[in-house]
Design a binder for this molecule. Structure first.
Ligand code: BGC
Length: 345
């Protein structure tokens, strides 16, 4: 073949390659992100039967509907429950990514295992909005398309502590039931690996001490956020310290309700004060019926709105910061409010 023919063939091959490339781009959706008329979002839950998470899930589904109505952009939301198993969750995330979803929202089973999800999402160029179970900072720093939505654990605890400080200041006998000058308490803690557990415990007690409440710790234990585990521990403690417990401080509402169940079963009718955190529908009901004395309500509507707004903005190629004000370009902490049984009745 002559040199000229070679040049012609090479040029023709280049044109074909460019044309083929354009066709592939068209087949990939063709339209720009900004022109999309529908978005697909995957949501991976650590446990669907956790009442706090279940509440966020319902709020997310409501938000997706109102977003569709308001913007005309169709939303497909695919929710997967890992039932507490990280391997299951990894496969669910793999599926979301292989389906080419526009964004994924992940509530890690094991927050220290986030690098698996991050690696895969980065390879697929699909943004991740983590929520409620926070990956470590080094993981979060790895990519600009990683976000975290949660609550400030110290703030929850200080609000919880102050509910009790206020009560003690206005009516010490309301906490020191036997009038011996000490408030005898027990403590129910969430999962030890969860970022919220340690901080909530530490700052709740610190706030009580700073507020001048004389404390005596009888005992404490981990009930993993769970109502029945909390109830079993409380039952044990009531046998160990008969009619001595005056206050039950709990890292969340479910465990607070579990403690109330045990008191009711044990027939202890003293006005033992029980406080939680979350303000779930079940927790608020507990406040209304007087089972719980106080809680710290997380604004679950705002929580879900922010998760969804970030996912939608990323899906449509919009500037996320124009929609949601983020700290360090990736963190959002929801508002919280202290509630007592008096304020909801
Ligand atoms: C909530 C708990 C919930 C846990 C799940 C915590 O922030 O207070 O109620 O069980 O998150 O990860």
């Amino acid at each position: 073949m002559k040199k000229r023919t070679h040049i012609w063939l090479a040029a023709a091959a280049a044109v074909i390659a460019v044309l083929a490339g354009t066709m592939i781009m068209k087949n990939n959706g063709g339209e720009k992100k900004e022109d999309k008329k529908s978005i697909r979002v995957g949501v991976a839950l650590y446990r669907g039967d956790d009442p706090f998470i279940n509440n966020i899930r319902s709020k997310l589904e409501e938000k997706a509907k109102s977003y569709e109505k308001g913007t005309g952009v169709k939303v497909v939301m695919d929710v997967a429950d890992a039932k507490g198993n990280q391997n299951t969750q990894n496969s669910q995330v793999d599926r979301f990514l292989s389906l080419g979803y526009d964004a994924i929202c992940v509530n890690m089973v094991d927050r220290s295992a986030a690098s698996y999800v991050i690696n895969k999402a980065m390879d697929a160029d699909i943004p991740v909005i983590f929520f409620n179970r926070e990956p470590v900072e080094e993981d979060m720093k790895r990519w600009e398309k990683l976000y975290y939505v949660g609550e400030d654990a110290k703030e929850s605890a200080v609000l919880q502590g102050n509910i009790l400080v206020d009560l003690y200041r206005s009516n010490p006998d309301g906490l020191d039931l036997d009038g011996n000058g000490k408030v005898s308490y027990v403590l129910l803690e969430g999962e030890s690996s969860h970022q919220d557990s340690l901080i909530r415990t530490e700052w709740s007690i610190q706030t009580l001490k700073d507020g001048g409440v004389p404390l005596e710790k009888l005992t404490g234990g981990i009930a993993n956020w769970d109502r029945s585990q909390a109830s079993a521990l409380m039952e044990q403690w009531m046998e160990e310290f008969p009619r001595e417990i005056e206050l039950v401080i709990c890292n969340n509402d479910e465990m607070a309700l579990g403690a109330a169940d045990a008191l009711e079963r044990g027939g202890d009718t003293r006005p033992v004060k029980i406080v939680g955190i979350d303000g779930t529908p079940q927790g608020l009901e507990g406040l209304k019926t007087g089972k719980l004395f106080g809680t710290v309500q997380c604004d679950s509507e705002e929580y879900a709105d922010v998760i969804f707004e970030i996912a939608a903005a990323e899906s449509l190629g919009q500037n996320v910061q124009d929609k949601v004000e983020l700290k360090q370009g990736k963190y959002y902490q929801c508002s919280q409010m202290a509630l007592t049984s008096d304020s909801v009745r």
